[in-house]
Ligand binder design. Structure first.
Ligand code: ADP
Ligand code: MG
Length: 294
């Protein structure tokens, strides 16, 4: 009997490509198990992203054909199960790696996402002020407004113009009076015009802001995220596995609950949390008395 080893089988499975994700099922971590029987039968279990995965039969056929072509294999049984949430998170990450071309953001030392669960807690205020403060302390900084629906960074940093495109076809960020390099969807749409993009377009826009903008040398690039854990956060987690997260919240329990949800999301996709900023914790009246308003 010919000896069939796992390596041979894995090699064949490398050629089985997920048509949607355009990567090999081996690379995507979707091969759950390989079991070689005495008589040359091989059982392969493939993990799908969803139970009702319409490309099931594609995998079935591709795996059976590939593994079946190995000398000594008498039959191939293809089984399926579903990836756990954690595994899906890792898959998202695997997809993200290398998606931004080599060199994009190469000269940006730190990428920090400013996120929150809820809107109105001061994310944008925090992003703008942190960027300006870092710049003032001598650390070249940039602010990228990823809140495509509720962009407010241009106004907060006092810039609004149409960015120019360089000879190398790079979009030139605007520079705020405080010296911060700024990019926002707000520079490209008419004032007050609604942005009605859906997931894939958002993804494309964010990718372009990271890839095609001439950020050059920056010590800090701060990203103002939209509230919640939606499309944009996931996109960023995919594109920037090196990014770190800061969560902004206010003292209200409701804000804290959603903030911890945002943190759990970051954790799920293996992003490092730098910390939590509690904003609006109180104010000091002219008399010197301090009020904790919430
Ligand atoms: N620490 C603060 N003190 C006073 N006003 C604040 C503070 N933080 C935020 N704000 C105000 O609260 C509102 C919401 O803040 P913003 O940064 O736009 O929130 P987000 O980006 O999270 O939606 C803005 O009008 C902002 O000026
Ligand atoms: Mg905002």
């Amino acid at each position: 009997m010919t000896q069939i080893d796992h390596e041979q089988i894995t090699e064949k499975l490398r050629a089985v490509i997920d048509p949607e994700l355009r990567r090999s099922i081996v690379e995507l971590g979707m091969v759950r198990s390989i079991d070689v029987k005495e008589d040359g039968r091989v059982d392969v279990v493939v993990s799908l992203t969803t139970a009702g995965c319409p490309i099931r039969s594609h995998f079935q056929q591709a795996v059976a054909e590939g593994v079946g072509s190995i000398p000594g294999v008498t039959a191939v049984e293809v089984g399926f199960d579903v990836l756990s949430d954690d595994e899906k998170g890792r898959l998202q990450q695997a997809l993200g790696r290398g998606k931004l071309p080599e060199g994009a953001l190469a000269k940006v030392k730190n990428v920090i996402c400013i996120a929150s669960g809820k809107g109105g807690v001061g994310k944008s205020t925090m992003t703008a002020n942190l960027a300006a403060a870092l710049q003032a302390e001598g650390h070249p900084s940039g602010a990228l407004d990823c809140d495509v629906y509720g962009y407010s960074i241009p106004r907060m940093l006092g810039v609004n113009d149409k960015p120019e495109v360089s000879a190398e076809r790079k979009i030139m960020p605007l520079v705020s009076p405080s010296g911060v390099k700024v990019m926002s969807i707000g520079f490209f749409v008419e004032e007050n015009a609604p942005v009605v993009w859906r997931g894939p377009m958002l993804h494309k826009a964010i990718q372009q802001f990271l890839e095609d903008v001439a950020w050059d040398d920056l010590e800090y690039l701060l990203l103002d995220l939209p509230p919640g854990t939606g499309d944009v956060s996931m996109t960023l987690a995919q594109l920037l596995p090196q990014a770190k997260f800061v969560i902004v919240t206010t003292p209200q329990p409701a804000a804290q609950t959603v903030a911890s949800r945002a943190a759990a999301m970051a954790e799920k996709v293996d992003l490092e949390m730098l910390g939590v900023i509690e904003n609006m914790s109180g104010f000091t009246a002219p008399s010197g008395e301090r009020f904790t308003i919430f």
